[in-house]
Write a protein that binds this ligand. Sequence first.
Ligand code: HEM
Length: 458
Amino acid sequence: MSSQLPNRITSPPWWQLLNWIADPIGFQEKYSQKYGDIFTMRLSGLGSFVVIGNPQVIGAIFSQDSHFDVGRANKLAEPLVGRNSLMLLDGARHRRERKLLMPPFHGERLQTYALAICSITEQVASQWQVNQPFVARTAMQQISLEVILQIVFGLSEGERYRQLKPLLTEWLDMTDSPLRSSMLFLRFLQQDWGAWTPWSQMKRRQRHVHELLQAEIEERRNNLDEGRTDVLSLMMAVRDENGQAIGDEELRDELLTILFAGHETTATTLAWAFYQIHQQPDVREKLLQELDSLGENSSPMKIAELPYLTAVCQETLRMYPVIPVLFPRITKSPVKLGGHLFEKETTLMPSIYLVHYREDLYPNAQQFKPERFLERQYSPNEYFPFGGGSRRCLGYALAQLEMKLVLATVLSKYQLALAEDKPVKLQRRGFTLAPTGGVRIVMTGTKQKSVVLQKVVG
Ligand code: HEM
């Protein structure tokens, strides 16, 4: 068994870094064709990463969580989410924080958010004009940002809300292209070289967001309202086994983590879903039939159980991983995986993209085919749009519920079509991948009645 890093890419590390930033999908395609499902890239200034597209090895990584550190491998995200972010924690502190943050995003709590999601969607969609194209990703981001602000931050009105909303969007839009994203990867760009340089603008916006969030937290502490059900209030109320509450700086960093991890990802995936649904008339037809068949007293949770709608969301998440690779896993001691011995301090990067496009698992992987999820069950190491093991996405249940409710609310009331007849490609947006141009859509008309919403709200 060799302890050498497997299949090392030989081009210069700076060249690999530029290619990784510019096109992480093309990069993975190229080298997986050359080396197979495990290869090592070396990114200038960041180190070596073993990219893994082998389901068995990934399954072993998920099941041996305690052998890896993840938080310290996520350092690149620190300028955005802060050092206390769940994403940057490891070991006991990560376990403690996750335990505190889990309940508001799972189980019955989710049901209480469903109506808010439907009415936010309805509010955003009601602004669309017939025959006026709009960018699906932007519209979906309006919805998902509002969802986070309302159900997580508990903000839907007032001066702070009015300031925070555009500020957050501007802040996130600062990394909306591969070039602008490069400041997250290239440390030499992370310098304050004067007020108009991108990094100092980024930091200025960050300071402003921090001030607003701190003010909100202080106001809540001073005016305790036990009736509030937003996630921030729940987070402020929880205590760990030693009776400890979450501190202000930690609360702020977790709010930003949820904002960053939760709203762009969901918006982008929804934009892809609209793209595919309107590119494939048979998919759209089947979906509309299923929505029309809902019984009189359908609840949002009933909508969430619809099999074809679920399959459409699953297939979208398969084909368009918003994050091309999972969080890196650093070995804490030597680990044997798939015939390789990885020494201590080796960084492994399970690739969602490589596994989700394996022809042996997903025949005609380039085709959008929701039926594959009705015909076959995939195991957690064959299909993992939300990652796995102890780092599995905190918001996976909320994200899926939101996707289904937004699609059902929009499709049951509005007739939409793609505004452009050209294929849409993936493009880097910060740490995520998004559709180039955001998918332009046009509303061609409304239906007589809103099938889903009338049933949901009525
Ligand atoms: C379609 C939408 C989403 C996708 C595709 C997605 C995907 C992911 C992935 C791939 C990871 C890394 C998991 C790993 O490395 O094993 C992750 C982590 C995370 N996600 Fe999501 N996510 C989505 C929505 C959300 C939402 C709505 C929230 C919050 C409410 C959220 C919060 C988080 C957090 C906090 C982590 C870090 C977990 C940890 O380090 O323990 N995500 N997500």
